[in-house]
Design a protein around this ligand. Structure first.
Ligand code: PEP
Length: 249
């Protein structure tokens, strides 16, 4: 049985005060949600406020990015041990916005994933195709290359600790969701890649989340697909009621 992961990616939204108010409303709404692991990923600076607010709950806190070295003269970067010592348990790696605006590549995704694992964090590694890639039937080629370059070099023991998020870029923040069937087909392809690279047991246990305009009114259909093991949610995770109804799908 794969326990779903319902993760919120807050992107560059919310102040420290707004972070604390969110948790006051959200925590009671998901207090009995033992069917899923619930994760919130605020901005770096609001991680301490989130960790504090989530202290007596089962909600895990994650970062939205990480650097691959432990420390050094890398102005503006934050390392995996620093995130772990701040109370993070999770980290999103390779989000399409990092790939699009900040030069994230398969190579940096791999290095960040290894660094996160070494620090004891659970990486959520994102893959997904752009609209023109889907329209030119390159979805599997693109996702396959991102998978192979980003996590294909992990050892089976390392791979067992990661979560994959399939996020078609054309569905992120656009209100256009992949249909449950489209998402399930991509997940099936990715699970096949896991099987090819890491074997049948890894394929059976690997959690693959869907991300891209997940909302309270479409989450049920997506989660009804046996291939879909949770959601990575951007916009709809900013509102406590809306994210709670996604978690409690
Ligand atoms: C995301 O940021 O990972 C995401 C899926 O965003 P949204 O839910 O807003 O499409």
């Amino acid at each position: 049985m794969r326990k779903p992961v319902m993760a919120g990616n807050w992107k560059m939204y919310k102040s420290a005060g707004e972070t604390s108010s969110f948790f006051e409303k959200f925590a009671p709404l998901v207090a009995s949600a033992t069917h899923a692991e619930v994760v919130i990923c605020p901005t770096f600076v609001n991680i301490p406020a989130a960790v504090e607010a989530a202290r007596s709950t089962a909600i895990g806190i994650g970062a939205q990015d990480v650097f691959w070295l432990k420390e050094g003269a890398y102005t503006g970067e934050v390392s995996a041990p620093m995130l772990a010592s701040a109370g993070c348990r999770w980290v999103i790696i390779g989000h399409s916005e990092r790939r699009q605006y900040f030069g994230e590549t398969e190579e940096t995704v791999f290095k960040k994933t290894v660094a996160a694992l070494e620090a004891g964090l659970n990486p959520i590694v994102c893959v997904g195709e752009r609209l023109e890639e889907r329209e030119s039937n390159a979805t599997e080629a693109v996702c396959g290359a991102q998978f192979a370059g980003g996590v294909g070099g992990l050892t089976p023991a390392q791979f067992a600790r990661i979560v994959i998020a399939y996020e078609p870029v054309w569905a992120i923040g656009t209100g256009k969701t992949a249909t449950p069937e489209m998402a399930a087909a991509a997940h099936k392809f990715l699970r096949g890649e896991v099987r090819r690279q890491f074997g049948a047991d890894s394929a059976a246990s690997c959690r693959i989340l869907y991300g891209g305009s997940v909302k309270p009114d479409n989450v049920k259909g997506l989660m009804a697909q046996p291939e879909i093991d949770g959601a990575l949610v951007g916009g709809a995770s900013l509102d406590p009621t809306s994210f709670a109804s996604i978690v409690n799908f």
